[in-house]
Design a protein around this ligand. Sequence first.
Ligand code: ADP
Ligand code: MG
Length: 251
Amino acid sequence: MPDVRANPDAEPIVSLKEVHKRFGDNHVLRGVSLDVGRGEVVAIIGKSGSGKSTALRCMDYLETIDSGAITVCGHRVDQHDVDLKALRLDIGIVFQSYNLFPHLTVEENIMLAPRSVKKMPKAEARQLAHRMLGQVGLLEKASQYPEQLSGGQQQRAAIARSLAMEPKVMLFDEVTSALDPQLTGEVLRVIEDLAAKGMTMIMVTHEMNFARRVASTIVFMNDGKIWEQGDASILNNPQTEALQEFLRNEL
Ligand code: ADP
Ligand code: MG
């Protein structure tokens, strides 16, 4: 994998330092530290319940942390006075469920945030929506409603909707887990395209072959901590019994 980062020594775009998060007595994140540079593609793997989604959600301030520090694109995400509007302009997040508005067409779904948040004129927003739909191969679906699309197409539309805000970093949480294998491929191709264009991405995924091929860094989480981290070679040479066991069960 070539190093596409413009300047690998620059400030990380996303930085977590000793992050702790509890839900009641459940100590879910137990000191997570991670730096992600511009253009880096990070795949977070690990068994269910290891804290992967919580870690992503904390980066977008969908959850607040108990201690530690998180910085995203220069925004401190660990403080109560975080500028949510500025943060959400810089970060896009896509989940397993697509959450498109059913009463809006695909292009209207994509136009919504540029119109309301960026006050973009309607014609310009529509142009932007079409450009984004072109990027995910869905231009011909612009005037259809979400229910007329397959799951894979809806997920690509959800990614286009996120991209329309021109985020500096994209988070993906198991975006293909609800899809049939043949629909999974078309969504992964969109993400792979984004990686090739240099988008900074952090994705939680169970698609090990995809992670191996596309990620510049693989992070193995276990019990609320990062146990192993490195390039794809860590999958060939796992150092911990936990990663060995995880890979045995995944493959
Ligand atoms: P993963 O994404 O790796 O499967 P999660 O981050 O979703 O793991 O969950 C980690 C732990 O945190 C689990 O024990 C889960 O039950 C708990 N958890 C996650 N979200 C919440 C929440 N909103 N309230 C209470 N517990 C939660
Ligand atoms: Mg999860």
